[in-house]
Design a protein around this ligand. Structure first.
Ligand SMILES: [Zn+2]
Length: 642
């Protein structure tokens, strides 16, 4: 049992950070293992990538009803921009890049709208020069310029007089409020838009022949083309997915989830469908996303080791034993390299994913967890050192962060996904569906649970015993992680540049945990020096003890579906913050020009064709250019709209 192997050596002259737009970094992701795949797998990846691109516009439409029309106008200007005043053009290019990065005019992290800042007349002239008709520009203008029109994409803490649906600008619900849903049960919970028509609720189902039918039919065509190149368990899952895309029935979604989770050893895999529920204030409707990836065998060693010991951790969870899973159906954990991410998972992406989300299937069939190693690598390689040093109280803390943060965050991400999301069970009364009880609080509770599991077990001697960390480094790694986690509650405020509320679920969870620990333990001190605030982790043992107590409570909340307790926890510690403190943090990062979040440019695939036009091979290159990639993707799916 040896510690995790070091990262594969990469060329030193490689470009990771491509550009920065306002507080967004744009970073190229590399897929070094692609060339080593057998030819058959490379062709399989090609078809799955085409399916991923084919569905991209679905997510644009889900996120905002006006998104696709707005994107058309912007892309016309960016692509054919001759004769446009340079100042206006620069502002439109800036806005367009943020629009692509965030899939529309809402910031990914704050959920708030951002707008064009050039004069309206200048925008209209630029659009006219690019051949956009004046009536279209006039109709869309408020969506580009008015910050008070549809101000928030997903509002889980709505202003008074509104509810979580009426205050959310996304396109998952049309013309209804939460009151209309009293006694209503979604028949197609994950894959429909809910519309109130003539006083009745109608589910517009996403399927072939239904809403987004043309995009879904194109996805199905590419998945069918992929099947002959797939190993049988993957082919079986793809056939189940196609069936679900055709019928839209929830029973077929379940069958697909089961087939997908049972495909455990295939070297190439995909996630393609309506998956994560963060966009929906009710946490019910799935946002469309696609990922295509292959296994990184070397790095899978660490994550498999955690999975092999999942039951050991489960048996020692610091929560009521009645919520411990027995004979845990394992988590299949894999380190992967992504080749493509679209929709809800790109250009901004998570670094770890654990699916399916269906709690009942997880408890019966287990789950698959993937750690996106080439994303984590690109993220780490593009992070500026000042982000760690500026907020560290001592040079020793800064040095620990520089030395260990990449290693510690990879390890805790793996623990978060495998023994965090993979763990625990809920009361039978909830019928495997704690989401329904916890509503808009569910996602933040579940993310808290997974983070707390990782934080709780990181300092455990078991981690050394199974070879994840060497004995001499263990204490320092755990210390660096606790310090970094604590600092992050302060540093992440840079991402919420407007307003005084945190909307994004992962950010809520991290804020809640640190602020709860501040209120209930002596582990964290708030210090100040030269007008700068620091969150200093001062007692690792007290920190861990507090994490264990909070984890017991968070699991109880999930297990019982205790909505009032979940709401109180986040209202007290996770949602609100001091705007003066945020302003200080923003000023500190802006002085250093540090980005708040990162968008990734994916590799580009091209096919090599034989004499009869058949695909004989697939080559991979790196565009190093966000604009080129976004224009290529949009062009590839334009014929599917209409
Ligand atoms: Zn998570």
């Amino acid at each position: 049992m040896s510690p995790a192997p070091p990262a594969t050596a990469t060329p030193a002259d490689r470009t990771y950070l491509l550009e920065q737009i306002d507080d967004a970094a744009v970073v190229q992701v590399y897929a070094d293992g692609f060339r080593g795949l057998p030819r058959r797998d490379r062709i399989l990846v090609w078809h799955l990538v085409q399916a991923a691109i084919a569905g991209r516009d679905i997510f644009y439409d889900q996120r905002y009803a006006h998104n696709l029309e707005m994107r058309d106008v912007l892309e016309a200007i960016v692509a054919h921009g001759d004769g446009i005043d340079p100042g206006t053009r620069a502002e439109i290019v800036r806005y367009t890049k943020l629009f692509w990065i965030n899939t529309g005019p809402y910031n990914n992290l704050t959920a708030r709208k951002f707008v064009l800042t050039c004069p309206r007349e200048a925008f209209a002239r630029a659009a006219a020069a690019a051949g956009v008709d004046a009536a279209t520009v006039a109709r869309l203008e408020p969506f580009f310029f008015d910050p008070d029109l549809d101000p928030t994409v997903t509002s889980k803490t709505p202003p008074s007089g509104q509810d979580i649906l009426t205050a959310s600008a996304n396109n998952l619900y049309v013309g209804l409020s939460m009151r209309d849903l009293d006694g209503f049960e979604d028949r197609h919970p994950i894959n429909s838009r809910l519309v109130k028509q003539d006083g009745r609720l109608v589910e517009e189902v996403y399927r072939v022949g239904g809403r987004h039918g043309r995009q879904i039919a194109a996805i199905v065509d590419h998945l069918e083309a992929a099947i002959p190149f797939a190993a049988e368990p993957t082919a079986h899952a793809l056939r189940a997915l196609i069936r679900f895309y055709r019928t839209g029935e929830d029973a077929d979604r379940e069958a697909y989830d089961i087939a997908w989770v049972q495909d455990r050893e295939s070297p190439v895999d995909t996630i393609n469908g309506f998956v994560e529920v963060y966009l929906d204030a009710r946490s019910i409707k799935g946002a469309w996303e696609a990922l295509v990836f292959y296994v990184n065998r070397e790095k899978t060693v660490q994550i498999r080791t955690i999975a092999e010991h999942a039951q050991w951790f489960e048996d020692r969870m610091p929560w009521d034993p009645k919520y411990r899973k027995r004979g845990a159906h394992g988590v299949t954990a894999t380190a992967i390299e992504v080749v493509m991410e679209t929709g809800d998972s790109g250009p901004v992406t998570p670094v770890g994913i654990n699916l399916p989300n269906d709690q009942a299937i997880r408890e019966r069939y287990g789950s698959k967890s993937v750690s996106l190693t080439n994303i984590a690598e690109a993220y780490d390689k593009s992070t500026l050192p000042e982000l760690r040093t500026e907020f560290s109280w001592t040079p020793e803390e800064a040095a620990r962060a520089m030395k260990w943060s990449a290693f510690a965050s990879e390890l805790t991400t793996n623990m978060h996904e495998v023994i965090g999301h993979g763990s625990g069970k809920v009361d039978e009364r909830l019928r495997g569906n704690p989401q329904a009880a916890l509503k808009e609080q569910f996602s933040a509770i579940e993310e808290s649970r997974a983070d707390l599991v990782a934080l709780y077990f990181l300092p455990d001697p078991k981690v050394v015993e199974i070879g994840l960390v060497s004995a001499e480094d263990h204490a320092e790694v755990a210390l660096a992680e606790y310090e970094g986690y604590t600092r992050n509650a302060l540093v992440q405020l840079r991402r919420v540049r407007e307003g005084t509320q945190i909307e994004e679920d992962h950010m809520r969870n991290r804020q809640m945990i640190v602020r709860w620990l501040m209120a209930h333990t002596d582990a964290i001190a708030v210090r100040s020096r030269d007008g700068r605030t620091y969150y200093v982790m001062t007692d690792a043992a007290a920190f861990r003890d507090g994490v264990g107590r909070l984890l017991a409570e968070v699991q109880r909340i999930k297990g019982e579906g205790d909505y009032p307790a979940a709401r109180a926890l986040f209202e007290t510690y996770g949602v609100h913050f001091d705007p003066a403190l945020r302003d200080e943090v923003v000023a500190r990062v802006d002085r250093l020009r540090l980005p708040s979040y990162t968008a990734f440019v994916m590799p580009r695939l091209t096919v090599v064709r034989g004499e009869a036009g058949e695909i004989v091979d697939v080559e991979l290159s790196y565009p190093l250019d966000l604009t080129a990639q976004m224009l290529e993707f949009s062009a590839a799916t334009r014929h599917l709209r209409g």
